[in-house]
Design a protein around this ligand. Structure first.
Ligand code: SF4
Length: 529
């Protein structure tokens, strides 16, 4: 069954209309939405109380400070602002960003008319947005609209979106992972989704499916982009913000019977779409979880265009919870690439980090966003720059995850990725011959883990897999399967992960590619001995 999520203030139609009116008012006077957003953004950033200090910190960390473009149309931009009741300070509010997203086909047309996407990209995306049965929710936040193409790409669906997105690529709702509870008593008794367990000490608590951030490669896109209720299945009712009280009550009951669970990850959709009073109610319940030591909040808000969500009310709730219970709060933060470390993100990061909240970043390795198949040097440069900036801001580069929908527009094929990873893992410690430039970065910029996450488990990636795994190419099924050894003991591998991706000529089609590489390196080893 497909049920629409709880709406967030304006419906897609209302929002499309508002942005269309804004756009046509601007264009009649010679202005554009990019110019309008940029004017608001730069005026806001240059006028906040600690602007100079923020700018200095941004410069030190290598964060781009947006340029205030001298606009001959400043008078017009101000008139349109007045007409729409918008003030500069609105750029610092959650409400503004939520209400000024580009959505639907009209949103796509605005992107095209302002040269942010090509006609081919618009035509591909329109196939998806025009499919009423799919109900795909395009959502481009104002900040993402202004950032470089490698960011914007992340939010534009490809024409084959439906073919490659999976319902549950990480197996969160399969019977072995899904924890449910009987709720509602005899009269209206039902089996409700509570959380997902894949490991001994942690559970993932999805609280609702709504996410205005809009990643087209979202691994829960079946729910977040297509308006379904998260956790619902043939024998299980899903959850929404409206059922959060019951879910949390049942979760705490279950946690108290499962003392091994020391941490929960609150996720969604975007969990910070829950208003502060809902989150306060959830934290109030979690105070009763006797064995729980850590609450992790899995959010895209900090880096992906909703930084004002880290507001005074939320901040106070988190501080009070930590002080009263001694339980830690940590943030798992989704980021596209280094361009999303903006001055706005810096504000949110400083607030959290300076008050002892840990921020762990999670980077999906995605084609055109954080990886570039035809440009390995650029791929490496993006990963290193991100690591370096995170290091400067006390953000822990936690986990890089290979895109979870094999074959999709964003999917990064395993073999080319491992070759770039090799350069990230090992690096020169002296200036390059010829240029004399140092090219290696410190270990602190390295992610703690690089993973494949799929229903079979979490596979830790390293360059050395190129020598340890085997592959089978199935031309009939157009599929390549990698056999990856794991948990090595004296007896051999305890597990052999089987991981498949679509066969693509010139990328993974050579059945001998791994053995040829192994022979080459073996010969080098022999020569070196
Ligand atoms: S921020 Fe996370 S939940 Fe939201 S659309 Fe992106 S991947 Fe999905």
């Amino acid at each position: 069954m497909k049920t629409k999520n709880i709406s967030i203030r304006m419906s897609e139609g209302e929002q499309e209309k508002r942005m269309l009116t804004l756009c046509s008012k601007l264009s009649r006077r010679g202005g554009t939405i990019s110019e309008f957003f940029n004017h608001l953004r730069t005026s806001y950033l240059n006028n906040i109380p600690d602007s100079e200090e923020l700018k200095r910190q941004a410069e030190t960390a290598g964060i781009a400070w947006p340029e205030m473009k001298a606009s001959a149309r400043e008078k017009i931009l101000k008139e349109v602002m007045a007409e729409f009741g918008i003030e500069y300070s609105d750029w610092g509010t959650f409400k503004f960003h939520i209400e000024h997203r580009l959505r639907g086909i009209e949103g796509l047309r605005i992107l095209l008319s302002e040269g942010r996407i090509t006609a081919a990209e618009a035509a591909e995306a329109e196939k998806i947005l025009g499919n009423k049965n799919l109900g795909y929710d395009l959502s481009i936040l104002p900040l993402n609209f202004l950032l470089p193409k490698e960011v914007l790409t992340k939010y534009i669906p490809a024409g084959n979106y439906e073919e490659f997105r999976q319902k549950d690529p990480y197996g969160l709702f399969i019977p072995t992972a899904k924890i449910t509870a009987e709720v509602g008593g005899e009269a209206g008794g039902r089996n409700m989704y509570i959380c997902s367990r894949k490991f001994k000490d942690v559970v993932l608590v999805n609280i609702h499916a709504n996410c205005p951030i809009g990643c087209a490669g979202c691994y829960k896109g079946f729910y977040t982009r297509e308006g379904r209720v998260i956790g619902e299945g043939s024998d299980t009712d899903g959850v929404t913000l409206a059922t959060m009280g019951v879910q949390m009550y049942e979760l705490v009951k279950w946690l108290n019977k499962n003392p091994d669970i020391k941490a929960i990850v609150i996720s969604g959709g975007e969990p910070l779409m829950a208003p502060n009073n809902y989150l306060g109610m959830a934290l109030e319940q979690l105070k009763n979880a006797k064995h729980l030591a850590v609450v992790r909040i899995c959010t895209g808000a900090i880096f992906q265009g909703l930084q004002p969500r880290i507001d005074d009310g939320l901040f106070q709730l988190l501080k009070d919870f930590r002080e009263e219970t001694g339980k830690e709060i940590k943030f798992n933060t989704h980021i596209a690439n280094h361009y999303q470390i903006t001055p706005e993100a810096l504000m949110a990061v400083k607030r959290l980090v300076n008050n002892g909240f840990t921020i762990h970043s999670q980077l999906p390795i995605q084609e055109g966003v954080s990886f570039f198949l035809d440009d390995p040097a650029k791929s490496l440069d993006f990963m290193r720059k991100l690591g370096s900036m995170q290091n400067a801001l006390n953000i822990e580069p936690y986990k890089y995850i290979l895109d979870m929908n094999p074959g999709s527009k964003f999917y990064v094929y395993l073999e080319p990725f491992l070759k770039v990873l090799s350069k990230l893992e090992d690096r020169p410690d002296k200036p390059a011959a010829g240029t004399g430039e140092y090219t290696g970065y410190s270990d602190l910029v390295m992610p703690r883990v690089v993973n494949i996450l799929y229903p079979g488990g979490n596979i830790r990636l390293s360059q050395y897999l190129l020598f340890a795994m085997e592959k089978k190419v199935d031309r009939e099924q157009e599929k390549v399967t990698y056999y990856i050894p794991s948990n090595i003991t004296d007896k051999g591998a305890e597990t052999i992960f089987k991981y498949a991706e679509p066969l693509v000529e010139g990328i993974n089609d050579d059945p001998e590619s791994l053995s040829k590489l192994k022979r080459k390196v073996y010969q080098q080893l022999q020569n070196a001995m």
